[in-house]
Design a protein around this ligand. Sequence first.
Ligand code: PDD
Length: 290
Amino acid sequence: MTAYLNGKFMPIAEAKISPLDRGFLFADGAYEVIPVYGRYGFRQEEHMRRFQVSLDGIRLPNPHTPDEWRALIKQIIANAPFEDQQLYIQVTRGADVKRDAAFPVNVPQTVFMFTAPMAKPSAEMRANGVACITAPDIRWGRCDLKTVALLANSQARQVSVDAGCTETIMIRDGYLTEGSASNVFIVKNGTLYTPDLTSCLEGITRATVLTLADELGLKVIEKRITRDEVYCADEAFFTGTAAEVTPIRELDRIEIGCGSRGPITEKLQNAFFDIVNGRNPKYAHWLTKV
Ligand code: PDD
C-alpha cells in the first residue's frame, strides 16, 4: 500500500504519527475517499470540493492549495502498483504537546493519504443484489460532513456483519437517512426516491445517479422516506465510492420488489459503469487523467 504523510511518500508500514494527534484523541479531522478507475480519479474535483466543505465545517484550515492537492494525488496514484484504486485523504488538526479539547495554536495539521486496490462489489452482488438490515441512526448532527468521527457508522456497519448482511441502512425518527457508508434510493411506480440532503451526506455517487436518472427521463423525488416505504418499494439500491450502485434484494429479511435487481436499478448501473469505464464521452471530464 502506498502512503503519503506530511510531505513524504512511503510504504504504509513506515507511516507513523504521534499518539497526541488530535485525529486519534478527538476524531478532530476530515477525510475523503476518491475512486480511481484505470488510474483516472472519478469526479476528483467534486470530491476535493466536498473535502473543503468538510474542513470548513469543522474550522480546520486546508493545508494545501487545489494545485498542490492535484500534484500529490497524481503522484500517489502513479506510484501505486494497481490500476483501480481507492484513494483515502485525511487531514487532522495535528499533534499538540498536551491533551486539550480547545484548538491548538501554531500546530501543523497532519496530512495523510494512502491508496489501496479498489474493493468492488462482486459481479454476483451487482447482478442479484444484497441483503441489508436497518439500525437506528445514532450519529451526531453534522452528517453532511465527512469527518473521521465514524464510531456510529462503524457500530452500524457491524450490525450488518453480525447479521450476515452487506450494508446497514440507518433510520432516524422512523425515516431513512442513509447507509453506514452509502446513500440509499428506492423506486416506486417508476419514480426514483432518495432522502433529501437534510439527513444524509451529499454523496458524489448519489449526484452521479441523479444526473443519470435525469438523462434516462426518470422522475426523481428527494424527500423523507419512511422505513415502510422502503419495505414496500419496487426496487432499492445503495450508492457510494466503494458500493458503486448495489441493488438491495432484501431488507430486514423482507424481500424488496422481486427480490433481485430491478430494471431501473440495472439501467442506472449500466449508465454508471459506462461513465467510470470511459465509454460515455459526454462525461469524459469526470475522469481526471493522471
Ligand atoms: N463513504 N454516506 C456516507 C455516510 C458515506 O460514508 C459515504 C461514502 C456515502 C457515499 O458518498 P460517495 O458516493 O461520495 O462515496 C454516503 C466513503 C466511501 C467511506 O467513508 O469510506
